[in-house]
Write a protein that binds this ligand. Structure first.
Ligand SMILES: Cc1cc2nc3c(=O)[nH]c(=O)nc-3n(C[C@H](O)[C@H](O)[C@H](O)COP(=O)(O)OP(=O)(O)OC[C@H]3O[C@@H](n4cnc5c(N)ncnc54)[C@H](O)[C@@H]3O)c2cc1C
Length: 329
């Protein structure tokens, strides 16, 4: 048996890739998942920081999610029973639409899904960036540094712009679909204070302001530490600062935040910034996942459904359903 070969290779272990992988693994398919990240999360990442001798978890990507489609509601109920998601009332905007967060960090359900794949005897390889995909005789060849993997079927579950680049040479039709999408960037700032800020709301959104989202990260369950906040700059403010060094961006956006909240500036005890180049795609219409059975090639991701956690799950689950032959592509 060739240890570098699997029937199915999935590139991307975010919500879309793992929604797909868990269903394929549960159906007994030989699937292997690759992700360039050091650990589970993707855009549902959680970053640990040592703040005043305590470990704090910041959600610097997705902040919370809602569940509207029945199949996704079922998945969320199972995660709640497992203890990897919990409600976060601060972001709830209507009585029927609960706001959910991962626990102990936003990547809780991503980690749980990766564990499920591993428990089914399938591999999820972290720190493995797939740099090139090409068709070779009767199989796909995936290159990562010096390592080479092969698969009969390859499923790409990464942001649209990266899908476009990875498939440009080997699958121009799917690269062209991904090329229709443009994503907005987002600068995220993670900040901790010695004392609670005099701000009563735990979550504020204002799409017209430089800081379009601000959340008291420490009001989420199990984040640890004292007073912590996550600030997201609007797409416009993020573009203005796109090439500004990250050490400078944190203080600039923190000043924007205090200004907006009409609060006296306070010196933080920890501050870090992260730039998401492809935070939110303008999703395209049509099927939530695409699959060419003859070529053994498929694509999934939030950009094919809606730019949200639920959209990514729906897309990944749809791709698994098509691959398993339960629905038409
Ligand atoms: C700042 C920010 C705020 C957000 N806020 C919310 C929110 O409040 N609510 C909500 O519902 N959604 C929110 N979202 C959107 C939500 O996070 C995404 O829609 C969803 O997580 C996308 O999942 P995905 O699997 O499609 O992609 P991703 O999560 O991006 O997963 C793709 C994975 O592929 C990996 N990868 C990429 N290229 C390669 C490669 N060449 N080789 C190997 N691996 C690769 C990446 O490491 C990543 O883990 C937010 C996103 C951001 C960035």
């Amino acid at each position: 048996m060739d240890a570098t070969h699997s029937d199915i290779a999935i590139v991307g272990a975010g919500m879309a890739g793992l929604a797909c992988a868990t269903q394929l693994a549960a159906a007994g398919r030989d699937v292997r998942v690759f992700d360039k990240g050091r650990g589970p999360g993707g855009r549902m990442a959680a970053r640990r920081a040592d703040v005043a001798g305590e470990t704090v978890r910041f959600d610097h990507g997705a902040q919370y999610f809602t569940a509207r489609e029945p199949a996704f509601r079922e998945a969320v109920a199972a995660w709640e029973a497992q203890g990897v998601v919990a409600r976060w009332p601060a972001a709830q905007t209507s009585s029927s639409d609960a706001a959910w967060v991962g626990v102990p960090g936003m990547n809780g359900p991503i980690k749980a899904m990766a564990d499920t794949v591993a428990q089914a005897g399938r591999e999820v390889l972290w720190n493995t960036r797939i740099e090139a995909v090409r068709r070779e005789k009767d199989r796909w060849r995936l290159g990562s540094g010096k390592a080479v993997y092969t698969a009969d079927t390859v499923l790409i579950a990464i942001p649209a712009e990266q899908t476009r680049d990875l498939l440009a040479a080997c699958a121009p039709a799917y690269a062209a679909i991904a090329a229709e999408v443009t994503s907005e960037p987002c600068w995220a700032v993670m900040v901790a204070f010695a004392n609670a800020l005099p701000i009563s709301r735990d979550a504020s959104r204002d799409s017209a302001a430089p800081i379009s989202w601000a959340a008291r990260n420490s009001s989420k369950p199990e984040r640890g530490g004292g007073e912590t906040w996550v600030l997201h700059a609007s797409p416009q403010r993020s573009r203005e600062l796109i090439d500004t060094p990250r050490e400078e961006v944190g203080p600039i956006l923190l000043a924007d935040f205090f200004d907006q909240m009409q609060t006296k500036p306070v010196i933080p005890i920890h501050i870090a910034a992260h730039r998401w180049l492809y935070a939110r795609p303008a999703s395209i219409k049509g099927d939530p996942a695409r699959y060419d059975r003859q070529a053994g090639l498929g694509i999934a991701g939030d950009y094919l459904h809606s730019p949200r956690v639920e959209g990514a799950w729906v897309s990944g689950a749809a791709l698994a359903t098509i691959v398993l032959g339960k629905a038409q592509s």
